[in-house]
Design a protein around this ligand. Structure first.
Ligand SMILES: Nc1ncnc2c1ncn2[C@@H]1O[C@H](COP(=O)(O)OP(=O)(O)OP(=O)(O)O)[C@@H](O)[C@H]1O
Ligand SMILES: [Mg+2]
Length: 377
């Protein structure tokens, strides 16, 4: 997949920019605060129609304006399509179109660009709260698994209602009326997460060994339900049975606490690494150094890229936002080598200094960015 042109209107600090993006990609260089991250945020907006930074849409509209708009022409697999998204701050309305046609639901248009974003903020995937890791799983799986988003939305809706009933102190009978729906939607979510982690943990370990020059690491699913990752057999049946028995087991406690205590809303991912010298495995969230955490975050994104590539049947666009800050030279070079190897993927990379991005033998065109204006050098 590749983005051949991009138009930004009143998006963050861009007033009206039209860019023609080279097939191989581009390196974007600019001082702090000039719009590098904003530009990548705009591209990623066409993938998930939300800010990758988790910013509310209001904040994306240029100061003093009412409507922001991003439009991109995407090529790949023999076809080209135009994806556009606009947000009107006053009307609080978002409009998404694919080739000029508005889909029934915005969810139907997710993932049409095929793009993976590497950001310095990704370190929070490793060091931060479980909610960030669930969000990661939810985005990857919404983009690659049929019905995942539907199941997730259904689960959230039922969970809200069930929790309201629990909070109101209603009887067990009223609470458990929600159980079949909760279990049905929630178990599909859990089974999809379980399958994804199982299918990706070897490549996660391999990526870390590659970037960190041989260090061992592991990616594990840490589900709220007591599930054995290794156990074979049908995942969904097993999850359903476990979910049902856990709800029964926690029924008294959830009455006292006024909330649903088990289910995918409490899942987590765990990343562990062999610590230097002792041969012991440590949880990177708690014991990882800044660089180790960053390395694990990069490896997670690489694994996301693998997942997208399989779903798309072609290379995803790779966005790299200033990712080498805080990494030693060896690790940075090995990440760049991975990007080089991903060719023919289009890569859009930003950095404060040109020296940071010696990519593809220096063959990538370089643009400079200043105050929301882009110029080719
Ligand atoms: N809605 C908005 N309207 C206008 N300007 C905005 C808006 N939101 C953010 N900005 C401006 O965009 C600039 C930040 O841009 P961005 O985060 O892309 O910088 P950057 O080039 O990535 O910098 P760094 O190298 O520090 O990461 C800030 O100056 C900020 O004030
Ligand atoms: Mg930035």
């Amino acid at each position: 997949m590749y983005l051949s042109s991009l138009r930004l209107t009143n998006f963050r600090n861009f007033a009206d920019e039209r860019l023609t993006i080279p097939r191989e990609g581009v390196a974007i260089v600019g001082d702090n605060g000039q719009g590098k991250t904003n530009l990548l945020e705009a591209i990623y907006y066409l993938e998930i129609f939300r800010s990758f930074r988790g910013a509310p849409d209001d904040q994306l509209v240029r100061f003093g304006e009412d409507v922001c708009r991003v439009e991109g022409l995407v090529g790949g697999a023999g076809e080209a399509r135009t994806i556009a998204a606009a947000y009107d701050r006053r009307a609080r309305r978002k409009k998404v179109t694919v080739d000029g046609v508005e889909p029934d639901r915005i969810g139907d248009a997710l993932g049409r660009v095929g793009v993976v974003m590497f950001s310095p903020a990704d370190v929070a995937l490793v060091s931060g709260s479980p909610a960030g890791r669930r969000r990661f799983l939810d985005i990857v799986l919404s983009l690659t698994e049929r019905h995942y988003l539907e199941d997730l939305q259904r689960y959230r809706q039922i969970l809200l209602q069930r929790n309201a009933v629990l909070r109101a102190g209603e009887s067990t009978a009223l609470v458990s009326a929600w159980n079949p729906g909760l279990v049905r939607a929630g178990s599909r979510v859990v089974a999809a997460r379980l399958r994804w982690v199982r299918s990706r943990r070897d490549s996660f370990a391999a990526r870390i060994r590659e970037i960190a020059n041989g260090s061992d690491a592991a990616l594990e699913f840490d589900p709220s339900l007591p599930l054995d990752e290794e156990e074979s057999g049908d995942d969904l049946d097993r999850v359903v049975a476990t979910f049902e028995s856990e709800l029964a087991r926690t029924a008294d406690r959830e009455q006292r606490r006024g909330a649903t205590l088990v289910g995918p809303h409490r899942d987590d991912l765990r990343m562990r690494a062999a610590s230097g010298g002792h041969g012991e495995w440590v949880d990177l969230r708690v014991y990882g150094s800044g660089g180790q955490q960053r390395t694990a975050a990069v490896a997670l994104r690489m694994v996301e890229a693998d997942t997208l590539r399989e779903r798309l049947g072609s290379e995803p666009v790779i966005l790299l936002d200033d990712v080498f800050a805080e990494l030693d030279v060896g690790r940075s070079q090995r990440i760049l080598r991975w990007v080089d190897r991903e060719a023919p993927a289009q890569v859009i990379i930003t950095a404060p200094k040109p020296a940071d991005i010696e990519l593809r033998g220096g063959a990538l065109p370089v643009w400079s960015i200043r105050g929301g204006h882009v110029e080719s050098l």
